[in-house]
Write a protein that binds this ligand. Structure first.
Ligand SMILES: CC(C)(COP(=O)(O)OP(=O)(O)OC[C@H]1O[C@@H](n2cnc3c(N)ncnc32)[C@H](O)[C@@H]1OP(=O)(O)O)[C@@H](O)C(=O)NCCC(=O)NCCS
Length: 198
């Protein structure tokens, strides 16, 4: 029987590792390629007793659109690893039209940081006002749930560069809070607070 080899793996012995190896051959993709947009209308079942959109419902919508964005970047199964930052700047009212825009801001080895911007549309003028922002981290996994490599991300616009540059510090903070990184190892994060050595 013929045996196929991919990289250092024997296809017959370990097809899953071969697949992971092939997927780990990195390419780079533009941030804009991961853009995902969705719109929702706030219905009575989405609101709290004050008639405002419930935070949990918004988190759910954010999770879905951010997962689609991360998937567009890597074309693999993705899982939410952490919700790093959510701000509920102002309430969203019953019947408001809410637009969520998600885009990957940086890709690491298997993880991707995704920014979600939330806009609310004025019914009479159509003007959009930004209400919320959130940052989620997704990890690409294989069929068994093991993390796998994702393509690198290339920022183009000024905003994409700004978010790309800050992503490493946010990742370090998230990993410290998750108990996966020692604070003393978070070099980029520490540099924000400590004066540069002469
Ligand atoms: C996310 C998950 C795949 C990470 O697996 P793991 O075995 O902990 O893997 P590792 O520690 O090697 O981390 C893998 C990647 O996740 C990142 N990661 C893990 N926890 C993280 C966190 N809290 N914040 C940011 N990134 C995190 C790591 O930095 C690493 O990224 P990299 O490959 O780009 O360097 C695993 O924890 C998992 O399956 N969690 C459940 C996911 C889920 O069910 N989500 C739905 C929410 S209920």
């Amino acid at each position: 029987m013929r045996t196929y080899c991919i990289g250092i793996f024997n296809l017959d012995d370990n097809p899953q590792r071969c697949l992971n190896y092939l997927c780990s051959m990195k390419t780079s993709k533009f941030a804009r390629e991961s853009k995902a947009i969705s719109s929702e209308i706030v219905l009575p079942n989405d609101t709290n007793t004050l008639g405002n959109l419930m935070g949990g419902r918004l988190l759910h919508w954010m999770d879905i659109i951010a997962a689609i964005s991360a998937h567009r970047h890597c074309k693999r199964i993705v899982v939410t690893a952490s919700v790093n930052n959510v701000s509920f700047g102002r309430p969203i009212r019953l019947a408001d039209i809410v637009t969520l825009e998600a885009q990957v801001s940086r890709a690491f080895t298997s993880s991707m940081e995704v920014f979600i911007d939330v806009w609310v549309e004025n019914h009479s003028t159509g003007e959009r006002i930004k209400h919320n922002e959130a940052i989620y981290t997704f990890v690409a996994v294989d069929q068994l749930g093991n993390p796998i490599a994702v393509p690198e991300l290339t920022p183009e616009t000024e905003l994409e560069h700004l978010r790309y540059d800050g992503a490493l510090r946010r990742r370090q903070l998230s990993l410290i809070l998750a108990g996966k990184l020692k604070p003393e190892s978070a070099t980029e994060l520490k540099a924000l607070f400590l004066p540069k050595e002469a």
